[in-house]
Design a protein around this ligand. Structure first.
Ligand code: ZN
Length: 235
């Protein structure tokens, strides 16, 4: 028997997705009966089993933390071990020292580690993403000069790495990147940026979208799979 989470929405078709933690998520239109959905899922059992098998060997790294010393954290594709600096300080800071991610706070509690870490992570992500975004944009602009530069925003998301909302009469296009991408390396982050830039030209994931994307990032598939090791716990 297959266990899955069912999400109903205003969509037109049934979609099955295997999440990085190997759970099954089914999205379906509101007016389709449970029985029909279940029959559809059962008819895809072979495909589902194969997909789960494929993901079996990908090691999983949770990006949700408990904030206890000794815990693993990822930053720019490298693993660090959380260490608390025992000196009492007024101003909380985070710094990298060898293989350690050192958090220095006045109170040595998971809550204060968390707020200090999240503030630092967001700040670092902002700097790194802006730099990579500029680099990708300059390259993209050479080939597609008529497009207007999107505005970049960062947010922690549970289920996607990036998104692009198209420009309107009064506002430029907006690219949103998942702050948690900062756990990964530059090439993986650039892959997401180029993906979203290609949506300026092709809003959907059609053949033409992939042709343009492939032109900018020939190894996008490998990089996209690499991102699967970062396991975002979903609500
Ligand atoms: Zn897309």
């Amino acid at each position: 028997m297959l266990c899955y989470k069912l999400i109903r929405s205003n969509r037109k078709t049934i979609q099955i997705q295997i999440l990085p933690d190997k759970t099954i998520e089914v999205r379906a239109p509101k007016n389709v009966s449970d029985k029909r959905i279940n029959n559809f899922v059962i008819s895809k059992e072979k495909w589902i089993t194969a997909k789960i098998e494929e993901k079996k060997d990908i090691p999983q790294i949770p990006v949700n933390h408990f904030y206890v010393p000794g815990e693993s954290f990822y930053f720019r594709g490298r693993q660090y071990i959380l260490k608390s600096n025992d000196k009492s300080v007024k101003k909380s800071t985070v710094y990298l020292l060898g293989n350690n991610l050192v958090i220095q706070t006045r109170l040595k509690t998971p809550e204060s580690f968390q707020s200090t870490f999240l503030r630092w992570q967001k700040e670092m992500a902002g700097e790194i993403f802006n730099e990579l975004f500029e680099e990708c944009w300059m390259h993209f602009k050479n080939y597609y000069p008529k497009y207007e530069k999107p505005v970049l925003t960062l947010i922690i998301m549970k289920s996607r790495w990036g998104s692009l909302s198209q420009r309107t009469k009064s506002k430029p296009a907006k690219m949103t990147l998942n702050t948690l991408l900062v756990c990964s390396n530059n090439n993986c982050i650039k892959q997401v940026i180029y993906h979203e830039l290609c949506h300026l030209i092709h809003p959907n994931h059609g053949k033409e979208f992939y042709e343009t994307f492939q032109f900018f990032v020939p190894d996008w598939e490998k990089l996209k799979n690499e991102l699967e090791y970062l396991f975002v716990v979903k609500n």
